[in-house]
Design a protein around this ligand. Structure first.
Ligand code: DHB
Ligand code: FE
Length: 284
C-alpha cells in the first residue's frame, strides 16, 4: 500500500512568486521568510516523495461565486498554472496522478464526503508556490519532480466547512491514500494562512500568539483547533486566516500514523499582509 511520509504546511502569498522571479530571496525583507525553506527541502529530499496530495484553497481561478464546491479533488493528468490577477509569472504545468485521484474520489465519497470531481483544473499561487518553495531548482528548469493531486477546500465564499469537518476530511484523505494499492511515497502539503486579513476595517490584522499556539497544537494536540467555530476563527485570525483549515486537513491526513514528529518550523511576520508559517511533520 502507499505510504504517507509526512506533511509540509506552508503559507502562500502571491508576492512570493514575484520575489522568486526577481531573485529577491536574500533581500532583508524576504530573507527571514525564504531562510525557513532549506531545512524543509532537506527533509523532503530525504523522504523521497513520488506524489503530493496538496490541500489548498482556490482564489477565484477555478471556482467563482456562482459555483462554489465545499470540497473538490482534481483527477486531471496535468494542471496548468495561472495567475488569477496578481501579476506573477505562471510556472510550469504540474503533472497529476489520476490513479490516486480517482481512488481518493471513490474512497472519500464512500466515506460520505460529497466532493466535486475536477477532470480539468488550473492551479493558482496556492499550489504553484509551495511547489516552487520546495523544489526551486526544478522550478527554474520548468519542471516538477512529483505528481500532484489537488484537494480544494472552499474558504472564499461562506459558508465554509468547520475545522472539525476539515479534520475529518483529512482523516478520510489519509485512509484513502493508505488504501491505495501502490508502492508510492505520498507527501501531504497544506497550503494557506496563517493569520491575515486583506481588506475591510481590520485589513492587516495578524495574531502571532494564536498562530504559534495553533502551530504548536498540530504537533501534540491536533484537534485543539476544532473547538472553534469558523466565526471564532475569523475573529481570531482575520477573514483570510480561515485558510488555516488547510493545515487542519493536512494534519488530519497523518492521524492514522503510529507517530508524528516535528522536523522543522518557521514563523515570520509579515510577508505582504500575511503571517507566514511553515511546519514539517514526519509520519512513521
Ligand atoms: C495575500 C495572502 C493570501 O493568502 C492570498 O491568497 C493573497 C494575498 C497577501 O498577504 O498579500
Ligand atoms: Fe490565500
Amino acid at each position: 500500500m502507499a505510504h504517507i511520509i509526512g506533511s509540509v504546511s506552508t503559507s502562500h502569498v502571491p508576492a512570493i512568486g514575484g520575489a522568486i522571479a526577481r531573485n529577491l530571496q536574500q533581500e532583508p525583507y524576504w530573507k527571514p521568510f525564504f531562510d525557513g525553506y532549506p531545512a524543509a527541502r532537506e527533509w523532503v529530499q530525504g523522504a523521497r516523495p513520488d506524489v503530493v496530495v496538496i490541500i489548498h484553497n482556490d482564489h477565484g481561478l477555478n471556482f467563482f461565486l456562482d459555483k462554489m464546491p465545499t470540497f473538490s479533488v482534481g483527477t486531471a493528468a496535468v494542471y496548468d498554472t495561472a495567475d488569477e490577477g496578481w501579476g506573477i509569472p505562471a510556472l510550469a504545468p504540474a503533472p497529476g496522478n489520476p490513479e490516486l485521484a480517482w481512488h481518493m474520489v471513490e474512497s472519500l465519497v464512500a466515506d460520505e464526503f460529497d466532493i466535486t470531481t475536477c477532470q480539468e483544473a488550473q492551479i493558482d499561487h496556492a499550489v504553484s508556490l509551495p511547489l516552487a518553495l520546495l523544489w526551486p531548482e526544478h522550478q527554474a528548469r520548468g519542471e516538477w519532480p512529483v505528481e500532484i493531486v489537488p484537494v480544494c477546500i472552499n474558504t472564499v465564499q461562506a459558508p465554509y466547512p468547520s475545522a472539525a469537518r476539515c479534520w475529518r476530511l483529512g482523516q478520510s484523505i489519509g485512509r484513502a491514500v493508505e488504501s491505495w494499492d501502490s508502492d508510492k511515497r505520498v507527501l501531504i502539503i497544506g497550503s494557506g494562512g496563517l493569520s491575515h486579513q486583506l481588506d475591510g476595517e481590520r485589513a492587516g490584522f495578524l495574531n502571532k500568539e494564536f498562530d504559534l499556539k495553533f502551530m504548536d497544537s498540530l504537533v501534540h494536540d491536533p484537534e485543539w483547533v476544532t473547538q472553534y467555530s469558523n466565526d471564532e476563527l475569523v475573529e481570531l485570525t482575520g477573514t483570510q486566516g480561515i485558510e488555516l483549515l488547510m493545515w487542519v486537513a493536512a494534519r488530519g491526513a497523518l492521524d492514522g500514523a503510529a507517530s508524528v514528529t516535528k522536523k522543522h518550523s518557521n514563523y515570520h511576520i509579515p510577508i505582504s499582509n500575511t503571517a507566514t508559517g511553515l511546519l514539517v511533520l514526519e509520519a512513521a
